[in-house]
Design a protein around this ligand. Sequence first.
Ligand code: FCB
Length: 522
Amino acid sequence: MTVAQDERKVNDDSERLVEELEDENDIAFVHKKRRRMLPIYACSIVSLSALLILIAVGIAYGVLSWAIPVNQEQLIWDWDNINVKDRYFPEDFLWGTATSAHQVEGYNDNNQWHAFEQGLLWKPESGLPIGDGTVSGKACDHWNLYKKDIQLMKKDLGTNTYRFSIEWSKIEYRKGQYNMSVVQHYHDVIDELLANNISPMVTIHHFTDPLWFVDLGAWEKSENVEHFVSFAKFAFNEYSSKVKLWCTINEPNVYSLAGYTGGGFPPRKNDIPLAMEVMKNFGDGHVAAYRALKQLPNGAESKIGIVHQLGNHDAYNKDSLMDRVITKFANDLSPGIFLSFFSTGIMKFHIPFVVNFNHENKDAINSNDFIGLNYYTRQVEQFTFDSPTLANQYRDRSRNYTDMDWEIYPEGIYRMIKLIDHYNPNIPIIITENGIADAKDRFVKMFYERYLYAVSRAIKEGYNVKGFVAWSLLDNFEWSGGFEPRFGLYHVNYETQERTLKEGSKAFIQAISEWKATHLKA
Ligand code: FCB
């Protein structure tokens, strides 16, 4: 190799080396760059995935929120532009007032409410059993004053039905033993009503149980249902030649929930499975009584039904999944549990991990000649972690509330009529209770005008509403609320037993007189 050739080779080698070095540098640079970019790529991927997950969760939440059925959409009418006098009630419409024995009669000392009031049976952990410290005592002395009270119905109000309960603990004072003078008393009441052209509507069970029945475990035990059925048969045999309207049981949902889920009713237990058991036994009790009474003389032509207090539950924020979830559970429990029982024969209630209740009684289908609707208010449900039930009942203070702090929401009775009809198409419905506690008589007039308008609107749309019974004829002993809440069309002075018509009650009387005038003309 020449020197020149040598030099060229060296040059070539060094050029290659330089190229190689440059390549390596490039690669190193690229690697370095890649290493630097890596977190940025990773971040973008994470953010993108997070975004996608968020979008997916958002969509799922939205879909789920809408998929969680709420019974019915909320309804708010523009009352300023509604003529509440634009109303119609059919000729055979029932107009009445309601009471229950323990709340008005007085001298009930053989049932669980009496014991509860005295603190004898169940001592509440704290506070008084009855909110205002009262006991039912002689109440409105309706036991003695019933004739005068029937005159109020006839002369002042012009009503044609009276819903009242017969006190099981007075009639069957011991198991299988009947007090015939008490039996006669209710004959006298019924005869007095008939003599005044007022149809008696008898409730067989309105919250009170005889003490002997309580000793047996009351409604907690399915084997006790037969005792109720046998009392129902006794009463029916006694009075059904004169009484054509029968309510088997008043508000089994209220008895069960207020007594067994921490409410203010005896036995003040807090036991959800037991509450379900009690509801089941009431449901079966109604079905068994209905079937038994229908077989007795006068059964076929009598109208026999159960009475429920049903309120709407509305989601506070209808776009919130959690508000909708708790609203759904509340609606499933009431009104759902009994309405579906009577339409399908299945009583069920599920909250994942909390309650899984299922009961079937196919005899429940078609076991009502009518459904009695007690309607008072609705609940607006708002999810919260601050309450053990995870629900707060929201109150919109721009709206009107009664002394019970219940919203005045007449649209709700219209919705409830439609809902009952949805479960049991075309079933006759009697409004067996509707009324207001309003000691200062601020809203009574407006209350009756609007509620009657709402009922009439449902009638005009073809719903089968047969009657309207106001709660209550008299101010009375409002269970755990004592004498403080005043639901009466008449104010009662408990010292003198004087009854005074409340000014606002005239709206109820006015509706009845208009109805009479309409059908007299026709
Ligand atoms: C209903 C009851 C009735 C009366 C009203 C206000 O739940 O049936 O006795 O207490 O509420």
